[in-house]
Design a protein around this ligand. Structure first.
Ligand code: C5P
Length: 341
């Protein structure tokens, strides 16, 4: 049972903060399959949650105050625009319909996931905030699955994925979701694939990247979609870490947004080439970028690769677009339940 049992009647228990981890995601494939009437693009994408996570803590605020948000780590921009505060307000509207009390909340967010990086940290924070707010209000049982998904989808395309947790195929703009087994145990092998993440210090705004795609920065129509469909069916029944690594080259070129991201952030092309030469692995793009990734057999191997990249950065050997420090991390694919209490 969760230490924050929503059925607890002891009022002092509701005063304890509710803590949720909000994992980053990686797109192993991303096919853009068309434009929708609502202006969004229809996707076919296999996504996995990562070990790299933000941490959200939510507590009932003192009477008389409004909702508040304190963030540390990566700067997500002004608090008023933050998706966590918008999520709490939207969740309160749902709870109010059930005539339940939804007092102001004090939220603390430790941002370990870079912002506007293609890792969907903001969307993950929103999914964590839905969960944490409902639990803090003792209202978790009041919102059915359908209502939760509707609330999640209204907050952003990637939010339903994080609400579900685990590896998934997403279609539409993210609202159609099929759970996949993902990485499965295999004799004597680690059950978690390692992932190297390299994020140049320059944002790639999703809207700008989709606009560049719509403006013609796209590859062969249908090629990535066929890869994505084939991989989704394989990953649906589960793949060992080794089998996943054997597909790394195909997956690294299975992102339809690459030409558009490379147009929005031109320095991505030389960086990807240099990283390929440095770590001798296929290098993929997550989402609309600019985060680049490589897959490894274990967290330890990914860590060793991250050290190699950091040394190359210190020696000035990697051509980064943007000003400031690039983000380099080693993490893992978490194919099981994405959200951990
Ligand atoms: O839903 P989200 O806030 O993540 O999307 C940001 C922007 O990216 C949208 O306003 C839209 O312009 C673009 N987008 C899109 N198709 C998608 C997802 C996002 O065109 N499937």
């Amino acid at each position: 049972m969760s230490p924050f049992d929503p059925t607890a009647t002891d009022p002092t228990r509701r005063l304890a903060p509710v803590v949720r981890l909000a994992p980053a995601k990686l797109n192993l494939t991303l096919a853009v399959v068309g434009r929708r009437d609502d202006g969004y693009h229809a996707l076919h994408s296999v996504m996995v949650p990562l070990g790299l996570s933000d941490r959200l803590s939510v507590a009932i605020a003192a009477t008389g105050s409004g909702d508040s948000l304190h963030t540390t780590g990566f700067d997500p921009g002004p608090p008023a625009d933050n998706l966590v505060l918008r999520t709490i307000a939207a969740a309160r509207a749902f709870v109010a319909r059930a005539r339940l009390d939804a007092p102001p909340l004090a939220a603390r967010l430790e941002k370990a996931i870079p912002v506007a990086a293609g890792l969907a940290g903001g969307s993950s924070d929103a999914a964590a905030a839905i969960d944490a707010a409902l639990e803090a209000w003792g209202a978790a049982a009041e919102l059915g699955d359908e209502e939760r998904v509707a609330l999640a989808a209204s907050l952003g395309s990637d939010v339903p994925f994080f609400l579900a947790g685990g590896a998934a195929l997403i279609e539409g703009r993210g609202e159609r979701l099929t759970r996949l087994h993902g990485v499965t145990a295999h004799h004597g092998q680690p059950t978690r694939a390692g992932v190297l993440l390299v994020t140049p210090p320059v944002p790639a705004h999703t809207a700008a990247v989709f606009a560049a795609w719509a403006g013609g920065a796209m590859g062969d129509p249908g090629v990535v979609r066929r890869t994505s469909e084939h991989f989704a069916s394989e990953f649906g029944s589960g793949l060992s870490v080794q089998a996943l690594l054997e597909r790394a080259g195909v997956l690294a070129s299975a992102n339809d947004l690459w030409p558009a991201a490379a147009q929005v952030v031109p320095g991505l092309v030389p960086l990807r080439r240099a990283l390929t030469r440095l770590v001798h692995r296929p290098i993929g793009l997550s989402g609309s970028g600019p985060t680049l990734w490589a897959l490894y057999a274990s967290a330890e191997e990914a860590s060793a690769a991250a050290d190699v990249v950091r040394q190359a950065i210190a020696a000035g050997e990697l051509p980064f677009p943007g000003d400031g420090e690039p983000f380099v991390a080693a993490t893992t694919i978490e194919s099981g339940q994405g959200r951990i209490e």
